[in-house]
Design a protein around this ligand. Structure first.
Ligand code: SF4
Length: 608
């Protein structure tokens, strides 16, 4: 019989329980099935049958169960059935069925980690409609006892309570537009100006900012407090000649009281962790390429990347005012504002001629490097050439200057961009990358307004890193973005790049965020799409579970997903992509370390 009540908070992070004995004592039926099976193949079939039966029983006897339990059983059953197939085992190079059999027969399996047992335990509890079930701090909307308007009044009251709860969490999150933040930053700017012997006029001049990019631990630590690890990582990155730099403006967004954690996301954006530096240096030393997105395979000509029919990426400028640690192009980007980053005239002309020769291309994303870090004359020249290509309906500029160098958005620059806008013929659009609401400042908002006043919309792409993945952090960012005139466009799952492991978040957390946090906000606040960017193929929309399969739980507790490419059904013989995720247990333990109440996240196990 399937119990109808979730085991709220039973397991969560009690690591001592994630072992074979506890697993078998909690799910004795599985132990019996595993011992009875004569072979692993028989066990695979029997567990699939069990999954099927559980799903059938739940849906057949539906009035005994809550809708939540039914859905959980369905999801777990689907995952278990998929994992038990021979194809999944072959692709994963690992047999979950074999592992279960070994555990049941008390064979030693030192390869299986607590994170593996945690996943399996939650999966089998879920298959019975059990497992932790606390979300939204136990606030549930209850069907009304009344009818018509009385029912509406009661529901409205419940919705008020729910939103108060959401708001209270949002209020904990910091914003760069709070009066206190503005005051703190003004004071820091004065200190930086004093140390650099410069004036307010200098500060507002983007050329002064780029001429004074901070590149060394010593100079940075004179202006802002660095931890020992940060200091060493910066020194090591310079020693290994890795691209690095922070604009004085961006440095002023950092706080002195690091322990408050307010500027965690800001520091993580630009100060590399030590293991990142080591991995990058190793790649340089041994000459292996970090082109995770396989750009080389989608670049038909220098400076161009094409993954979809009507759009291409154009990269005329190979540097930025400062370098994001987890930049997708970290393998090819130059040092911050390195001279010579602008492609030659011949290369630019050849790339634009290639676009002209492919009239299917209706949109060009000019990106980078950061194209708005080019001089006005170069921007004007390149835009004029692009605007001269008859098929181009939209020129999109990918830039982070709104965050790293907002003084770059001068009236003159905006006038250049808006020259190429023609209502009904060609749109100009800005796509920026704001990671956290603490990055949104009055200077950023003023820059956004300048674009919007000239009819140029601004969109945002968020990368869902560990540092912005706490409950309601992304939802809060989206609220502030839309209030500041920026439309949320994409939320990217962090890539599986080995060198940026510290930034990664399980896909399950992003799915949970979309369902339990983003969904609570009005539609115009959550206009973005959560995506996983498949190397060499492009975006896989995570809300469509039909485009991926969870095919295995690996010994280290990682989920192994198989992603189906976007062009499935319109092309033949295409390959799927396997992606090993971050173990959920490891992620939760990290959250706990930074002071999160991990029981707030406990439904994460059931997002597949
Ligand atoms: S602004 Fe864009 S191109 Fe430049 S370092 Fe950051 S992610 Fe890379």
């Amino acid at each position: 019989m399937i119990p109808n009540v979730p085991d709220t908070g039973v397991l969560m992070l009690d690591i001592s329980r994630f072992n074979p004995d506890y697993f078998m004592s909690k799910i004795p039926e599985i132990s019996v099935i595993a011992r009875k099976a004569d072979s692993v193949d028989e066990l695979r079939i029997n567990l699939s049958q069990l999954a099927h039966d559980m799903m059938f029983e739940t849906f057949d006897d539906y009035d005994t169960f809550t809708v939540g339990s039914i859905i959980r059983v369905r999801d777990c059953a689907k995952v278990l059935m998929r994992m038990m197939t021979r194809r999944s085992e072959d692709k994963a190079g690992f047999s979950v069925a074999q592992a279960i059999k070994d555990i049941a027969q008390r064979k030693s399996r030192p390869d299986l980690t607590p994170a593996f047992y945690a996943e399996m335990l939650h999966l089998f509890l879920g298959l019975q409609g059990r497992g932790p079930g606390k979300n939204m701090a136990d606030l549930h909307l209850i069907p009304s006892r009344f009818r018509q308007q009385e029912a509406a009044i009661e529901r409205s009251h419940q919705l008020d309570e729910l939103f108060d709860h959401i708001n209270a969490r949002g209020e904990k999150s910091v914003s760069g537009l709070h009066e206190e933040s503005i005051k703190r930053r003004k004071a820091r700017q004065e200190r930086i100006l004093e140390k650099l012997k410069a004036s307010r006029e200098n500060w507002n001049d983007w050329h002064w900012q780029t001429a004074n990019i901070l590149r060394y631990s010593d100079e940075i630590s004179r202006l802002v407090e660095l931890s020992d690890e940060e200091y060493d990582a910066i020194s090591l990155s310079r020693k290994n000649r890795l691209p690095f730099g922070i604009t004085p403006y961006y440095l002023s967004l950092m706080d002195d009281d690091r322990a408050s954690g307010r500027d965690r996301a800001i520091r993580a954006q630009v100060i590399p962790p030590e293991n990142y530096v080591e991995k990058m240096a190793e790649a340089e030393r041994f000459g292996y390429c970090l082109d995770f997105m396989k750009e080389a395979e989608t670049s038909p000509i220098n400076l161009i990347t094409r993954r979809y029919p009507a759009i291409c990426i154009f990269k005329p400028f190979n540097t930025c005012p400062q370098i994001c640690v987890y930049c997708q192009r970290n393998w090819e980007i130059d040092d911050a504002m390195e001279p010579g980053a602008l492609a030659s005239e011949e290369q630019i002309e050849a790339a634009i001629q290639w676009i002209r020769n492919h009239p299917a291309i209706h949109e060009v994303l000019v990106t980078g490097g950061d194209p708005l870090a080019m001089e006005d004359a170069d921007i004007d020249r390149i835009l004029a050439m692009l605007a001269d290509v008859p098929s181009i309906e939209r020129i999109r500029i990918g830039t982070r200057t709104l965050v790293t160098l907002p003084m770059r958005i001068t009236d003159q620059l905006v006038a250049i961009l808006s020259k190429y806008r023609q209502t009904g013929k060609r749109q100009m659009a800005i796509v920026t990358h704001i990671q956290h609401s603490y990055e949104i400042t009055p200077e950023t908002v003023a820059a956004v307004n300048r674009f919007r006043d000239m009819g140029i919309p601004v969109y945002n792409q968020l990368v869902y890193t560990f540092f912005v993945s706490r409950r309601f952090e992304a939802a809060n960012l989206r609220r502030l973005l839309t209030l500041s005139g920026i439309e949320p466009y994409y939320t990217f799952n962090t890539k599986g790049k080995e060198e940026t492991m510290e930034y990664r978040v399980p896909i399950a957390r992003l799915l949970q965020e979309q369902k339990e946090e983003a969904r609570m906000l009005p539609g115009l606040t959550r206009t973005d799409e959560a995506v996983y960017n498949v190397p060499g193929q492009g975006k896989n929309y995570l809300r469509d579970s039909g485009r991926r399969d969870l095919i295995s739980i690996l010994p280290n507790g990682s989920r192994l997903y198989e992603f189906h490419p976007w062009e499935k059904n319109i092309s033949r013989d295409i390959k799927t992509h396997l992606s090993e995720d971050v173990p959920i247990l490891d992620y939760l333990l990290r959250l706990e370390k930074i002071g999160e109440d991990v029981s707030d996240y406990e439904t994460i196990w059931y997002y597949y």
